[in-house]
Design a protein around this ligand. Structure first.
Ligand code: ZN
Length: 502
C-alpha cells in the first residue's frame, strides 16, 4: 500500500500549506523584531534574510506539486465544505503569486523600494514633483500586475482583493456614498456650532511606565491573554499573530496626553483578541487566519471606540485611572467623556477623530478608483486631493507634505488598502448593534469591567470562523444584513449630539 492511499482528500495540500505558513510566521517574526528590538546595524542582514525567505515562499507557493495537490483537493471538495473553503483560499493565494511573472514581481519590489526613498525626499522638500515619476511607475506596474492576475477583471477590484478578498469597488462606492452624504453635513454642523471641547482632562503629565501599567490592566480586563502574548514598544503600533498561542502587541505613548497610548493599546489588543481567538484546528491551513483587513479593523475599532470611549467603560475604569494618575484625581466621567469624542476636521488622517476619519478614507478611495481606471493621471493628484478635502472636510492643505504626500501606502505600492480602514469602522458598528440586540445593552457589563459576554460572542461570530467564509458573507451571517453605513451613522449621530448638541 502506498503512502498516498492513507491520506484523505486535501491532506497533501494542507501539508504543503503548513510549510508555507511556517515561512510566513518566520517572516512575521523577523519583521516584528525589526520594529521592536533589532539594533540599527541589523538592517542589511535582515533585508537579506527577508528576501531569501520571500524567494523560498514564492518557490513553494508556485510549485507544481502544490498546484497538483490543490487540483486533487478541488476534485473532491463538496460545495460548502471546509475543504472547499481551503481550496478557495489556497487558490486565491497561489494565483496571486503564480500569475505575476518573475520580472514583473522584481520590478514591483524595486519600484516600491525606490518609491519609498523618493516619497521621503518629496515629503521633506514638500515637493510632489520629486515623487511624481516613481509614483507613476508604481501605479503602472500595479495595474500590470492586476491585469496579470485577472485579465478580464476590474484592476482596482483585483488590487483591493489582496486585502479584502471578494470585495468589489462598486459595492464599496455605494456604501461610502451613503456615508459621505450623511457624515459631511454632520461634520459641517459641528464646525458651525463653534463649540470647542475642553480637552484638559486628558492632558497633563503621564509617565510612560504608569501608562503601560494602566494599558496592561485594561488589555487584561478585555480578555487579552498575556500567557499567549506580549506588549512591547514600537515607533508605529501594530499587532503580529504567529498563531493563537503567540500574539504580539506594540504600543507608543505621549507623556502629555494619555489618549494615544490607552487607545493604541486597546486598538491593538482588539486585533490581538481576534488572533488569539482564531480556530486552533485550522492553524497553518489556508482558512486558519483572519478573514480580511476590514474585519480585523472592525475588531480593533470596536474595543477602542465602542468599548473604550463609552461612558460605562469610564465609570468602571475611573478609579483605576485615578490610582495610576493621582494628578487627575478630581477628574470625572462627565469631564473626560467629551474629550474622547472631539470632532475636528483636520488635514492628517492618522490624527483624525472617529467621525472625520472615514472622510479621509473616502477621499483616498475616490482618488485610487479614478487613478487606476485612468480617469485621472498622476499630475492631477495634488489638485484632486485638495479639491476632495475641501469638498468633504472643508479644509485645504497648505502644503503637499500635509496633503497628497502624507501617507506611506502609495509609495509602497499598496493601492486598495485604504478602504479597509473605513469598512472596518462600519463593520464594527453594525456588529455591535447586532450584539446588543441579541445580548441586550452592554453598558451595565462594561460599567462592572465585565467584557466576557462581548468577547464570547465575538469569538463565536467572528474569531472562531477563521476564513471559512468570505468577509461579506461572514458579516451577513454575523449581523443578518449586508454591510451598511447606517449603524455607524446612528452611533456617531448619538455621540455628536451628546457632546456637541448637534
Ligand atoms: Zn488596526
Amino acid at each position: 500500500m502506498s503512502a498516498t492511499t492513507k491520506t484523505g482528500p486535501g491532506e497533501r495540500m494542507l501539508e504543503l500549506w503548513a510549510e508555507i505558513q511556517d515561512l510566513n510566521r518566520a517572516t512575521a517574526l523577523l519583521q516584528w523584531d525589526q520594529e521592536t528590538y533589532m539594533p540599527e546595524g541589523g538592517h542589511a542582514g535582515r533585508a537579506s534574510s527577508l528576501s531569501t525567505l520571500a524567494g523560498i515562499h514564492h518557490a513553494k507557493i508556485t510549485s507544481p506539486e502544490l498546484r497538483d495537490a490543490l487540483e486533487d483537493a478541488a476534485a473532491s471538495a463538496e460545495d460548502g465544505s471546509v475543504l472547499a473553503a481551503q481550496v478557495r483560499e489556497a487558490r486565491r493565494h497561489i494565483e496571486r503569486s503564480a500569475k505575476i511573472p518573475a520580472d514583473l514581481a522584481k520590478a514591483l519590489a524595486d519600484a516600491a523600494s525606490r518609491g519609498l526613498g523618493k516619497w521621503q525626499a518629496a515629503r521633506k522638500a514638500d515637493d510632489f514633483s520629486i515623487f511624481r515619476d516613481a509614483l507613476a511607475e508604481i501605479v503602472n506596474l500595479r495595474i500590470q500586475a492586476a491585469k496579470a492576475i485577472d485579465p478580464s477583471g476590474d484592476a482596482y477590484d483585483t488590487l483591493i482583493d489582496e486585502y479584502e478578498p471578494g470585495a468589489k469597488s462598486a459595492r464599496i462606492a455605494e456604501v461610502f456614498d451613503g456615508l459621505r452624504k450623511e457624515l459631511s453635513p454632520l461634520v459641517q454642523a459641528v464646525r458651525e456650532s463653534g463649540k470647542v471641547i475642553d480637552e484638559s482632562p486628558a492632558q497633563g503629565h503621564f509617565p510612560a511606565d504608569t501608562q503601560k501599567a494602566f494599558g496592561l490592566e485594561v488589555a487584561k480586563a478585555m480578555g487579552f491573554d498575556f500567557e499567549q502574548g506580549r506588549l512591547d514598544a514600537a515607533a508605529h503600533p501594530f499587532c503580529s499573530g504567529f498563531g493563537p498561542g503567540d500574539v504580539r502587541l506594540t504600543w507608543r505613548w505621549q507623556e502629555d496626553d494619555f489618549r494615544p497610548a490607552l487607545y493604541g493599546i486597546m486598538h491593538e489588543a482588539g486585533h490581538g483578541l481576534y488572533e488569539q481567538g482564531l480556530p486552533m484546528d485550522w492553524q497553518g491551513t489556508p482558512i486558519g487566519g483572519a478573514v480580511s483587513m476590514a474585519v480585523h479593523e472592525s475588531q480593533s475599532r470596536l474595543w477602542e471606540n465602542l468599548v473604550g470611549r463609552s461612558r460605562a467603560f469610564w465609570e468602571w475604569i475611573l478609579p483605576t485611572f485615578h490610582k495610576h494618575f493621582p494628578e487627575k484625581a478630581g477628574v470625572t466621567v462627565d469631564q473626560i467623556y467629551p474629550a474622547l469624542h472631539t470632532v475636528k476636521p483636520s488635514l492628517i488622517r492618522v490624527e483624525a477623530d472617529e467621525a472625520t476619519y472615514n472622510l479621509h478614507i473616502v477621499v483616498r478611495f475616490e482618488i485610487e478608483r479614478r487613478l487606476i481606471a485612468g480617469e485621472i493621471g498622476i499630475d492631477d493628484l495634488p489638485g484632486v486631493w485638495d479639491e476632495l478635502y475641501e469638498e468633504m472636510l472643508g479644509v485645504r492643505a497648505p502644503s503637499a507634505a500635509d496633503g497628497v504626500l502624507q501617507d506611506i501606502h502609495w509609495a509602497m505600492g499598496a493601492f486598495g488598502y485604504f478602504p479597509t480602514y473605513a469598512l472596518g469602522n462600519l463593520v464594527n458598528a453594525q456588529l455591535f448593534e447586532t450584539i446588543e440586540k441579541e445580548l441586550g445593552p452592554q453598558a451595565p457589563n462594561f460599567a462592572k469591567g465585565d467584557f466576557a459576554p462581548l468577547l464570547t460572542i465575538l469569538r463565536e461570530k467572528i474569531h472562531a470562523r477563521g476564513s471559512f467564509l468570505l468577509a461579506d458573507d461572514l458579516i451577513e451571517e454575523a449581523t443578518g444584513a449586508p454591510l451598511s453605513s447606517e449603524p455607524f451613522m446612528r452611533y456617531i449621530r448619538k455621540v455628536t449630539e451628546e457632546v456637541y448638541g448637534v
